[in-house]
Design a protein around this ligand. Structure first.
Ligand SMILES: [Zn+2]
Length: 130
């Protein structure tokens, strides 16, 4: 039983990272009243559709050296940071509370983190419009 814990933990952290990626998408699109589903993720500058490498949480940013692979526009450090914090919250909660209820606690923390980030994005958008 206990020998599967590292793998389950790694999987849960991966889920946290992917949720962080979704938080980035939501905080980018919701303040602009855009759909979360369509169009598929793309570079805002050149319109290139993002591929598997671009979409890897944190790692994609590192592999692309923080820039769009096509137009070289800077992605901004906020995106991998939001993803890293999301994965980190899940990892910290599991390390602190054990796999259960660490997983649940971590996901709740990621949900609050997501709300905070998306709320911040809305505030930024309002300030930019004012
Ligand atoms: Zn681009």
């Amino acid at each position: 039983m206990s020998e599967v814990v590292p793998f389950v933990t790694a999987y849960c952290v991966l889920v946290g990272l992917v949720l962080g990626s979704f938080i980035n998408l939501a905080s980018d699109r919701l303040p602009r009243s855009e759909s979360l589903v369509r169009p598929r993720s793309h570079c805002r500058m050149c319109g290139r559709q993002l591929n598997v490498i671009d979409l890897l949480p944190v790692l994609g940013y590192a592999l692309r050296r923080g820039r769009c692979a096509t137009c070289r526009t800077e992605i901004g450090v906020a995106a991998p940071l939001v993803e890293a914090v999301s994965g980190g919250l899940v990892l910290a909660a599991i390390a602190w509370l054990g796999l259960w209820p660490g997983v649940l606690t971590g996901l709740v923390l990621v949900a609050f983190w997501g709300l905070a980030v998306i709320g911040f994005a809305f505030r930024m958008r309002e300030n930019a419009a004012a």
